[in-house]
Write a protein of this length. Structure first.
Length: 172
């Protein structure tokens, strides 16, 4: 069982990396197709590297929380069996998507690719308005009122200061 979970975890990590690389390559193709100039300077590279590092850190933190508290992985083949409300999930209901957006946007700034910025924005819009509402419905079906309480207290993207009630509830 543990071997299968580890295999699914590694498989999920590889899939995410390949998707991010593919989206970046697509963005670079958009640059060529639309003749966008490369806009790259020391500031954009520094911000890009910072966003990539923050994204990788957040992805790692969120994945560890799913593994340890949720007893599962981000890979749909081995989803968490428990609702995870600790770690980065105290501040965002979707820290892994947020991490991936940071990595993609950071890569676009690092490369100076306007096409990849546009792909990043399109991805965010698609996630926010198409994928996440369906995913939230599935989570509500799996975790019921616990998910509804969590959803009422923690933002889809970023909650800067969870309420005391959430902190108490989440720390239990």
């Amino acid at each position: 069982m543990q071997v299968r979970k580890r295999r699914n975890l590694v498989s999920g990590i590889l899939k995410v990396a390949l998707v991010l690389l593919g989206l970046t390559a697509f963005g670079l193709s958009v640059d060529d197709l639309l003749s966008f100039p490369t806009v790259r300077n020391i500031e954009s590279v520094a911000v890009g590297v910072t966003l990539i590092a923050a994204g990788v850190s957040l992805e790692t933190w969120g994945t560890c929380a799913l593994w340890q508290q949720g007893l599962g992985t981000p890979n749909p083949a081995e989803p968490p069996s428990r609702l995870v409300t600790t770690g980065p999930y105290r501040f965002s209901r979707n820290p892994l998507y947020l991490a991936r957006f940071c990595m993609l946007l950071g890569g676009s700034l690092f490369l100076g690719s306007m096409g990849t910025v546009l792909v990043s924005i399109a991805l965010f819009i698609g996630l926010n308005f198409l994928l996440l509402p369906r995913e939230e419905g599935r989570l509500q079906g799996r975790f019921g009122n616990n998910y509804l309480d969590y959803k009422a207290e923690v933002s889809r993207w970023i909650t800067l200061t969870p309420s005391r009630r959430v902190r108490r509830k989440l720390d239990q």
